[in-house]
Each structure stands twice: as structure tokens, then as C-alpha cells.
Design a protein around this ligand. Structure first.
Ligand SMILES: [Zn+2]
Length: 130
């Protein structure tokens, strides 16, 4: 039988999570998936058959690839913003005393990153993440 591997068909990723799709030949092993095999994200509607609560099912259904990318970017941005704050906290805890100009700059940075984190949290909440 001619499969997609022989015909060099390019498989599109999962429309929900952009999980990579590939064609796997049947090697006759019961524990090895074959055919169209997709690496779904943990919260992908198509990849998760264990969702019991309607809220999770509906959230997964409404979570499409573009939104997944946005949510991933927002989560990463929140991590980076927290990391920036954490870096300053860390060096201050260890006795670093900046000069007056730096203190002002650091305070401005911390104020802006708190505002940034609040904005990111609001965007995540808007997309169903607390
Ligand atoms: Zn998926």
C-alpha cells in the first residue's frame, strides 16, 4: 500500500494545538501507534479524551491554534516579567546597594513590570486562564 511517506505528502499540524502530525507505518506491534499519529498538547481537545468536566471540554474546544500560540506567548511573557522582578529582588537580598540613579531606575522597572504582569494576567483571564 502506498502511504503518505512514499508520496511525500506534507501533513498539516493539529488545528487545535499545532501538534506535529506524521504518518507511521504499521510494524505489527500492538503497543506502537500507527497511521496518522499526532503529538497533541496536553490541553488539546483532540488529544485529551479524559476530560470529564464541561468547563474543560468547552475550554479545549474553544482553544484553537492561533489562540494557543497567544496563550503560550502570554505565559512565557509572564514568566519573563516575573524573572525580571526576581532578578532585582535576588541581588537586593544579597546586599547590593545601587546608587540613587539606579534605585530610581529599578523602581521604575519594578512599577512597569508589575503593570505588565497585571496586563498579562488580565489577558490570560480574558482567555479563560486564571
Ligand atoms: Zn492537538
Amino acid at each position: 500500500m502506498t502511504g503518505p511517506n512514499e508520496t511525500r505528502v506534507t501533513l498539516k499540524p493539529c488545528p487545535f494545538c499545532r501538534g506535529e502530525a506524521r504518518w507511521v507505518e504499521d510494524h505489527g506491534r500492538f503497543d506502537e501507534p500507527f497511521g496518522l499519529v499526532v503529538e497533541h498538547a496536553e490541553d488539546c481537545f483532540l488529544g485529551n479524551r479524559m476530560m470529564a468536566e464541561w468547563k474543560h471540554i468547552i475550554a479545549a474546544w474553544n482553544n484553537r491554534a492561533a489562540q494557543s500560540d497567544l496563550l503560550a506567548a502570554l505565559r512565557e511573557a509572564r514568566g519573563l516579567a516575573h524573572a525580571g522582578n526576581g532578578a532585582w529582588r535576588k541581588i537586593m537580598e544579597h546586599g547590593f546597594i545601587p546608587d540613587a540613579a539606579s534605585i530610581s531606575a529599578v523602581q521604575g522597572f519594578l512599577d512597569r513590570s508589575e503593570a505588565l504582569i497585571a496586563t498579562i494576567d488580565a489577558a490570560l483571564a480574558q482567555h479563560g486562564e486564571g
